[in-house]
Design a protein around this ligand. Structure first.
Ligand code: 1HE
Length: 268
C-alpha cells in the first residue's frame, strides 16, 4: 500500500489516538487520559495501522501520552473473558503492532512522563529513543495482577536493562524512577517536567534530517547485529556500509563537508 501525505492521512485512527503532522515529523498521541492511556484492542490496532502507513512526507514520529501519565499498560477491563487461544492471538496483535514501530520506516521518539507501566513500558521499549521527564516511573504490575508480559517486553526489556532486573521488577513489583531508570537503560534522556515533548520533537527533527539510508541502517542493522555472531555481524556491517555510502544522498553530504558547507561535529 503506498502511503499518503500527512495532510491526506488515509488511515482512520481510533478516538484513543491522535496524529498531528508538524512539517517533516508527526506526533502520535495516546489520547485516552481518563483511562490513563490504557491500551485497548482498538488502540493497538490503530498503532499497527498507523506505523504500517506512516505518511510519506513524515520522516520521524514522536509518541506522546495525553494527561499526567504516558501509559498505564494493557486495558485490564478487556482481559477478563479471554480464553487461551484468544490470549495468544491478542499477544500476537501487540507483537505485530510494536514490530511495526521498531522495524518500520521512521525513527520513533517516545516522550515519557508519569506512569510507564506494563504494556506502556513494552510500547516505549519498541521506540528508538526515549526521553523521560523526571516524573516518569517504570514498573511491571503484571506480577501482582497474575499475568505476564505480552507485548514483546520479555524480549525487549532484558535487552535494555538485563534479565535479572526484569525478573526483580516482575517478582517484587519494584519501580524505577526517571534518573535510576535512565542509568539502567530505560531512557537515553532525562529532562525536567514539562520539557519532554519539546525535546522529543527536537530529537525527531534531527533524525528527520538524516539520510533515509542511515536511519534505516541504524534502526534495522544495529539490533540485528546485536543478535548475530561476530562474523555475520561484521559481514552485514560491510554490506550496509557500502550500500549507505554509495547512495547519492551520502555522496552529496560528503561533498558538502569537504567543500566546507557542512557543520562540524563539536561537543557543547
Ligand atoms: C485502567 C487502567 C488499566 C487505569 N486498565 N483501566 N496496568 C496496571 O496494572 C496499572 C493500573 N493502573 C494504575 O495503577 C493507576 O491507574 C495509575 C497509577 C496508572 C494512575 O493512577 P490514578 O490515580 O491517576 O488513576 P486511577 O483512578 O487509578 O484510574 C483512572 C481510571 O483509569 C480508572 O477508571 P474509572 O472508570 O474508575 O475512572 C481506572 O480503572 C482506569 N485505568 N489504568 C484499565 N491498565 C500485553 S500484556 C501487558 C500487560 C500489562 O500491561 S499489565 C499492567 C496493567
Amino acid at each position: 500500500m503506498s502511503a499518503a501525505s500527512s495532510s491526506e492521512l488515509r488511515i482512520e485512527l481510533p478516538s484513543s489516538l491522535r496524529f498531528e503532522p508538524r512539517g517533516a515529523i508527526g506526533i502520535l498521541r495516546l489520547s485516552r487520559p481518563h483511562k490513563r492511556n490504557a491500551l485497548d484492542d482498538a488502540t493497538i490496532q490503530g498503532i499497527e495501522n498507523f506505523f504500517t502507513t506512516v505518511p510519506e512526507d513524515i520522516k520521524a514520529v514522536v509518541l506522546d501520552g495525553e494527561g499526567e501519565h504516558f501509559c498505564a499498560g494493557l486495558d485490564l477491563s478487556e482481559l477478563t473473558e479471554r480464553d487461551i487461544a484468544a490470549g495468544i492471538a491478542h499477544s500476537r496483535t501487540w507483537h505485530r503492532a510494536f514490530e511495526r514501530i521498531e522495524f518500520g520506516r521512521v525513527p520513533v521518539v517516545a516522550s515519557l512522563h508519569g506512569a510507564v507501566l506494563g504494556g506502556g513500558l513494552e510500547l516505549a521499549a519498541a521506540c528508538h529513543i526515549r526521553v523521560a521527564e523526571r516524573s516518569a516511573y517504570y514498573a511491571l504490575p503484571e506480577g501482582s495482577r497474575g499475568i505476564f508480559l505480552g507485548g514483546g517486553g520479555s524480549v525487549r526489556l532484558p535487552r535494555l536493562i538485563g534479565a535479572t532486573r526484569v525478573i526483580d521488577m516482575m517478582l517484587t513489583g519494584r519501580t524505577y524512577g526517571a534518573d535510576e531508570g535512565s542509568a539502567l537503560g530505560f531512557s537515553q534522556y532525562v529532562v525536567e517536567p514539562g520539557a519532554g515533548l519539546a525535546i522529543a520533537i527536537e530529537l525527531a527533527e534531527r533524525t528527520a534530517g538524516n539520510a533515509a539510508m542511515t536511519n534505516f541502517a541504524a534502526m534495522h542493522v544495529l539490533p540485528h547485529n546485536a543478535e548475530q555472531d561476530r562474523a555475520s555481524g561484521l559481514l552485514m556491517e560491510a554490506l550496509m556500509s557500502a550500500i549507505a555510502q554509495s547512495d547519492p544522498e551520502a555522496k552529496r553530504r560528503l561533498h558538502d563537508f569537504l567543500e566546507k558547507r557542512a557543520p562540524k561535529t563539536v561537543h557543547r
